[in-house]
Design a protein around this ligand. Structure first.
Ligand code: FAD
Length: 490
């Protein structure tokens, strides 16, 4: 390794501004900065101005991810400089002290982050500091995908077909290795701990910490584990919440600890090694394209973040019921699959996709609560909370999204439970007060005979709630509300 930290204030340097690309491998911005031959300064700015406040679980992840990046950069002989405050102020201050020749960054697709990028570009370009942006957070750049008439897609399937027939995900760039590094002891820089990202009073993070290893190495390990245990059976296994059937890469992808294109190419290689994996791999890669699609939708319709995509939903008769919202958040609805999902979320910062769909449908259709209540709760509690994926998925569940679930698709939480968790293994794990119930009754404890309940130690209304709504009545109420909407606009 030729790298050596240098500190001369007047020599020209290249600055790599890390954001949601917290990795040293396959990071085109970092790679290109090192290739200039200039000493490279690695910088992270914790800028909370003008952006949505980061959720608690996601903040926990960010802390550990930055720590992992510090370690990775340390192995290369570099330092991660951390600043707290307005990006423009920090960069301006640094440019008065150091001779910044070039700023390198990975492209963001969220509207706030993209706006900030543009501001930085405009400010520094006028000072003859070149600002260079690199792709890497998505498989396909949104501008490249459009219908024949130039309009963006609103529906996933044609979007997917277009991606598959016309494009291929970019190649991963090489591992950051040799290069010159620059380190500064400017008082502007702060310690990671001082960002206050970790919960202290109380510290609720033990369950999350047990489940996850944030950082680039954790992401690589998770991917390899998935290829070994989950990929071959992914098509079916992805729907069974009690199994380790999915990759659990979502928080790693969100923070850019691994790039989707690196995942894509590694999966293709895994199929070359073992062709039986093909079916699972095709289904898995399609999900990665769903991730692109969510970002594509927000890129083209940024107002989707806080407004329904379909205007007819302005007239939807949402209800306000704080007690029911709280019961949903706490996993106390009396529907065991819903409760298991909400408790998995609270304990581990993640929820299985099948169960996310069921709990979301339950909130917006059975309880008629506004999808934004659910979106906000997920934002605060998910380690993979992601503006694009979360908004697009909640609008999908509510029926107000671009390619949304049809209004008459109202998941029956009991049928979903018997179908995807037949023995109740997932429920037993997260709703332990029901664990002694036989599989026949675990999906609907309120229908169990008294002797079965008492033998299992369940006292309805005391140890576990009665259902907070009746499924049939709730379904009819939701159907009436949806039917009452003005005709769908195309
Ligand atoms: P895998 O099945 O292994 O899939 C691989 C990757 O593909 C995922 O890591 C993810 O990046 C992407 N992906 C999978 N399914 C979807 C999908 N439906 N939409 C978009 N991308 C997908 N995902 C988030 O990353 N952040 C969120 O905030 C988020 N909120 C959601 C809210 C609701 C109401 C619903 C129904 C889904 C939400 N999802 C969200 C999508 C999906 O549930 C998660 O991406 C998935 O469960 C993550 O687990 P995994 O990594 O094991 O997925």
């Amino acid at each position: 390794m030729t790298s050596k930290p240098t500190t001369g204030p007047k020599e020209p340097i290249a600055l790599v501004w890390f954001r949601r690309d917290l990795r040293v491998n396959d990071n085109s911005a970092l790679h290109s900065a090192l290739e200039t031959g200039l000493p490279v300064m690695a910088l992270y700015i914790h800028d909370q101005q003008g952006v949505r406040e980061i959720g608690g679980a996601s903040a926990w992840w960010l802390h550990h991810s930055l720590h992992a990046l510090e370690c990775e950069l340390g192995k290369l002989g570099s330092t991660l400089h951390i600043a707290n405050g307005s990006t423009e102020d920090v960069l301006k201050e640094l440019s008065t002290v150091h001779k910044i020749a070039e700023i390198y960054m990975s492209r963001s697709y969220d509207s706030d982050a993209a706006l900030l990028e543009q501001q930085v570009h405009d400010t520094f370009a006028s000072q003859q500091i070149s600002v260079r942006r690199f792709a890497g957070a998505l498989l396909f750049e949104p501008e490249l995908i459009h219908r024949d008439n130039g309009q963006p897609y609103k529906v996933f399937t044609p979007f997917y077909k277009r991606c598959m027939s016309h494009l291929s995900p970019g190649r991963a760039t090489a591992t950051a290795q040799d290069g010159l590094w620059f380190s500064s002891d400017n008082p502007l820089f702060v310690s990671l701990d001082s960002l206050g990202l970790l919960p202290l009073k109380p510290d609720w993070s033990a369950g999350i910490a047990r489940e996850w290893t944030p950082g680039e190495q954790g992401a690589q390990e998770r991917l390899e584990e998935f290829i070994e245990r989950g990929l071959i059976n992914y098509k079916l296994g992805r729907d069974i919440p009690a199994e380790d059937g999915t990759s659990m890469l979502s928080p790693h992808l969100h923070y850019g600890e691994i790039s989707p294109r690196a995942v894509w190419h590694r999966i293709e290689q895994a199929v070359d090694d073992l062709p039986h994996r093909k079916e699972g791999a095709t289904a898995f890669l399609r999900e990665l394209v769903w991730r692109d699609f969510a970002h594509y939708l927000l890129h083209n319709w940024p107002e989707m973040v806080d407004q329904r995509f379909r205007p007819e939903f302005n007239a939807f008769p949402w209800l306000e019921n704080k007690a029911q919202l709280r019961a949903w958040q706490r996993g106390q609805t009396g529907y065991p699959l819903v409760d298991a999902g909400m408790r998995q979320l609270w304990q581990t910062g993640w929820m299985h996709n099948r169960v996310r769909m069921v709990v979301a449908s339950f909130l917006v259709k059975h309880l008629l609560q506004h999808w934004q209540h659910g979106e906000r709760w997920f934002w605060d509690t998910l380690v993979d909370a992601d503006q694009a994926n979360n908004t697009a998925s909640w609008q999908w569940a509510a029926g107000s999204g671009a390619d949304a679930a049809p209004y008459f698709r109202i998941f029956n939480p009991t049928l979903q439970s018997t179908r995807f968790d037949p023995q109740g293994d997932y429920i037993r794990c997260y709703v332990p007060e029901l664990s002694a119930l036989p599989a026949k009754y675990i999906h609907e404890p309120h229908k169990a005979p008294d002797d079965v309940l008492s033998e299992a130690g369940v006292a309805l209304g005391e140890t576990y709630p009665h259902p907070i709504v009746d499924h049939k009545a709730a379904r009819e109420r939701a159907m009436a509300a949806f039917r009452g909407l003005p005709k769908r606009e195309k």
